[in-house]
Design a protein around this ligand. Structure first.
Ligand code: AMP
Ligand code: FE
Ligand code: ZN
Ligand code: FE
Length: 291
């Protein structure tokens, strides 16, 4: 049973990034910040990597529980061009060979895409440097937020949000990467003993979203839950996701998707109920770590 340190309902945030991908707090800083924010449970879910798990566990403050997870870069090829989507995976075996290989492949594809985006920018006379951007990622999974930082450093945009606008990384300089087929990703996460949850499935403000019929197919293929409460969902989108989850028998989560100063959202801004948490813990092969 998870209990709260304050006697009220436990505060559970199941989606957060560290410097192991595109967050700005190190894994240790992230778990300390979660504790200071009064959270009882945090999931570390860096993009396509488990590299933050060990340092986060080592730094885990007393009273905080840590769910080890990741956010997998996926795509659905049922329409052209394929729709990119994110799959949160919780409590899986980080040594499952096929999953390890697939994550390594996606990280390499991210580097290749990042370098091509920089090539497009440079061809247009934008003075950004791929080696600087890679260095800025500090060995973590590289993503567009790192390129956004280079645009900010060059004085071309004022914020990460602006860098994701249509003139920059949101459209003009947006290139696809070789993401994992979403059905394969669900199969791999389940094979590794993990619990797959579709991250921000209705985030129309991020771009195209997949149809509900696809979500029903994913549920039949082993998807466990849907992230409903998220800053990229309008209240109507949150309600829609909840209703769909109820219809399909999926669990529902809410999470901040915290990225440190790369986004404005704060830890615990959205949270998950205890019942969903207990279902995830019961279904996962990895123990929840306790501080
Ligand atoms: P990538 O994974 O390289 O395609 O970059 C996408 C990542 O950028 C997402 O996972 C978010 O973390 C971040 N992101 C997307 N849109 C925005 C935005 N408008 N402002 C800040 N960060 C964003
Ligand atoms: Fe991110
Ligand atoms: Zn995400
Ligand atoms: Fe995320």
């Amino acid at each position: 049973m998870v209990t709260s340190r304050t006697g009220s309902a436990p505060r559970i945030d199941l989606h957060a990034h560290s410097t192991a991908s595109d967050g700005t707090l190190s894994p240790g800083e992230l778990v300390r910040a979660a504790s200071e924010a009064g959270l009882d449970v945090l999931a570390i879910t860096d993009h396509d990597t488990t590299a933050g798990w060990a340092p986060a566990v080592r730094a885990l403050p007393p009273g905080l529980r840590l769910i080890r997870g990741a956010e997998l870069s996926c795509r659905w090829s049922g329409t052209q061009p394929p729709v990119p989507l994110h799959l949160l995976a919780y409590l899986f075996d980080p040594d499952h060979p096929e999953l390890v290989a697939e994550l390594a492949r996606v990280r390499a594809a991210r580097e290749e895409r990042g370098e091509r985006i920089v090539g497009l920018l440079r061809a247009d006379g934008v003075d950004v440097s791929w080696p600087d951007i890679l260095a800025g990622a500090g060995g973590g999974t590289v993503g567009r937020p790192h390129i956004a930082q280079a645009l900010i450093r060059a004085g071309l945009v004022g914020s990460t949000g602006e860098a994701f606008g249509p003139d920059w990384l949101g459209e003009r300089y947006r290139l696809p990467k070789e993401d994992i087929d979403v059905f394969r990703a669900i199969r791999l996460v389940r094979a590794a003993g993990g619990v797959p949850v579709f991250a921000h499935p209705r985030a129309t403000r991020r771009g195209r979203v997949v149809p509900d019929e696809l979500i029903a197919e994913l549920a039949a293929a082993g998807l466990a839950g849907l992230e409903a409460d998220h800053e990229d969902h309008s209240p109507a989108e949150q309600a829609h996701v909840r209703a769909l989850a109820a219809e399909l028998g999926l669990l529902v989560t809410g999470s901040s998707d915290f990225h440190g100063t790369h986004k404005t959202v704060q830890l615990g801004a959205f949270s998950t109920g205890v019942e969903a948490y207990e279902r995830i813990v019961a279904a996962g092969v990895t123990e929840v770590a306790s501080g």
